[in-house]
Design a protein around this ligand. Structure first.
Ligand SMILES: Nc1ncnc2c1ncn2[C@@H]1O[C@H](COP(=O)(O)OP(=O)(O)OP(=O)(O)O)[C@@H](O)[C@H]1O
Ligand SMILES: O=C(O)C[C@@H](O)[C@H](O)C(=O)CO
Length: 336
C-alpha cells in the first residue's frame, strides 16, 4: 500500500507551477560547448518537463506559469497544448521579459552541464494575483518547483499556491530543483526551501539539494534519515532522497525506508533524470502502486529519458516504461 492518499472528484490529476523555458541540447555530443555548433530546441524547465511526463503517463494535467510574449513563449504554449496540458493559467508577460534558455553541453555520458541564460526571465514574474485558486482546488496534486522561489514576485505566487493547496486539501509535492545561479545567497535559499518544505506532503530532492536546505542544521554526516525525519514533524508523508545512479530512498513517518535501485541505461546525457523520475514516481503513487513499485517506475522512466537526446520530448508512456522494466528483467539492457 502507498502511504499517501489523494483527493477524489477533481477535474485535474496534476498541476505544476513554475518555469516554462527552452532547452537547446547539443547535437554534437561528447564534446565541449566551445566546439558545439548546433542545437535542437525543446520545451524545458524542470516543472514543465514533469508536467509533460505526467500527461504522457495519462494524467489530466495543467500548468501555472508565465511565458514571454514572443515566438519562444508561443512555441512553449502550443507544445503544452499539443501534449493535452491545460494552459488556461499560463499567463503571457507584457513587460518585455524573455524566455529562459538552457544550453546543454554533453561532454560524455557522465559529464554534462547546463549553461543558463536567465536574465529578466518571464517565468520569475508570475504574480500572486495571477494564480488561479479554483484550478488548484480542482487538482488532486500540486507540484511546486524550488527555483520558482528564487525571486519575487514568483516566490510569493508559489507560497500563495501552497496556501491554496492546503486550504483545498490538494496534495503538495515539492521538487527542490536547486539551481544555484538563480539565488542571491545560500542562506536565502535555505530559508525559502524550509518554508515550502514545511507545507509539503511529498518532498523530492538529491542529497546535494537537501544539503542546500540544511544550511542552518547540524547534519555533518549528511544523513538521509536525519534529513527526512525533520519533515515528519510538519506535513510530510514521504521524503525521497535521490542518489543518481546509486538509486533513491523514500522515508515515511512510521520510520521505515524504501530503497530503489537504478536500472541499467545506455546514457546519452544525465540531465532530465530527476524530472522523469518525478513524473514516473508521482504517476505510480497516484495510481495506487506501492512506494517501491512507484520508485521503480520512476527509475525506469529516468533511464528512458537519459538514453534520449531531450528531456521533455523523450518523456515515456506507461507502456514504454513497463516495456523497459521487462527488458531489464530479461537482461536485454546493459549500461554503457
Ligand atoms: N546514470 C544513471 N543510470 C541509471 N539511472 C540513473 C542514472 N542517473 C540517474 N538515474 C536515475 O534517475 C534518478 C534520479 O537521478 P538523480 O539522482 O541524478 O536526480 P537529479 O540530480 O534530480 O537529476 P537531474 O540530472 O535531472 O537534475 C535516480 O534515482 C536513478 O533512478
Ligand atoms: O530545468 C531547466 O530549466 C532545464 C531543464 O529543462 C533541463 O533540461 C534539465 O536540467 C532537466 O533537469
Amino acid at each position: 500500500m502507498s502511504t499517501i492518499s489523494f483527493p477524489t472528484g477533481r477535474k485535474f490529476d496534476f498541476t505544476a507551477i513554475g518555469r516554462l523555458c527552452i532547452d537547446l541540447n547539443a547535437n554534437e555530443i561528447n564534446r565541449p560547448m566551445e566546439q558545439t555548433m548546433t542545437f535542437t530546441k525543446y520545451v524545458g524547465g524542470s516543472p514543465a518537463n514533469i508536467a509533460i511526463g505526467m500527461s504522457r503517463l495519462g494524467n489530466k494535467t495543467a500548468f501555472i506559469g508565465k511565458i514571454a510574449d514572443d515566438q519562444m513563449g508561443r512555441f512553449i504554449q502550443s507544445y503544452l497544448e499539443n501534449e493535452g496540458i491545460d494552459t488556461s493559467n499560463v499567463v503571457t508577460d507584457k513587460t518585455g521579459a524573455v524566455t529562459g534558455l538552457a544550453f546543454t553541453e554533453i561532454k560524455s555520458p557522465s559529464e554534462c552541464s547546463i549553461l543558463m541564460y536567465r536574465d529578466n526571465v518571464a517565468d520569475l514574474l508570475l504574480h500572486p494575483l495571477e494564480v488561479n485558486e479554483a484550478l488548484i482546488a480542482d487538482s488532486k496534486a500540486l507540484l511546486i518547483s524550488g527555483t520558482a522561489l528564487a525571486s519575487s514576485p514568483s516566490r510569493e505566487a508559489v507560497l500563495l499556491s501552497l496556501d491554496y493547496a492546503r486550504k483545498h486539501g490538494t496534495t503538495v509535492i515539492f521538487d527542490i530543483d536547486y539551481r544555484p545561479y538563480t539565488w542571491v545567497s545560500p542562506e536565502e535559499t535555505a530559508v525559502y526551501y524550509n518554508l515550502a518544505a514545511e507545507k509539503s506532503d511529498i518532498i523530492i530532492g538529491t542529497r546535494e539539494e537537501f544539503d542546500s536546505m540544511e544550511r542552518f542544521e547540524n547534519n555533518v554526516e549528511h544523513s538521509d534519515r536525519y534529513t527526512a525525519t525533520k519533515w515528519f514533524d510538519y506535513s510530510a508523508k514521504i521524503v525521497i532522497i535521490k542518489h543518481g545512479k546509486g538509486g533513491s530512498i523514500a522515508y515515511t513517518p512510521d520510520g521505515s525506508e524504501h530503497r530503489a535501485k537504478s536500472y541499467p541505461a545506455k546514457v546519452v546525457k544525465t540531465f532530465g533524470a530527476g524530472d522523469s523520475y518525478a513524473a514516473g514516481f508521482i504517476y505510480g503513487i497516484m495510481s495506487g502502486l506501492t512506494l517501491e513499485k512507484s520508485m521503480e517506475f520512476g527509475s525506469a522512466a529516468a533511464c528512458i529519458v537519459i538514453s534520449s537526446h531531450s528531456c521533455s520530448d523523450a518523456m515515456p508512456t506507461v507502456e514504454q516504461v513497463k516495456d523497459y522494466i521487462e527488458r531489464c528483467n530479461r537482461g536485454e539492457i546493459t549500461a554503457n
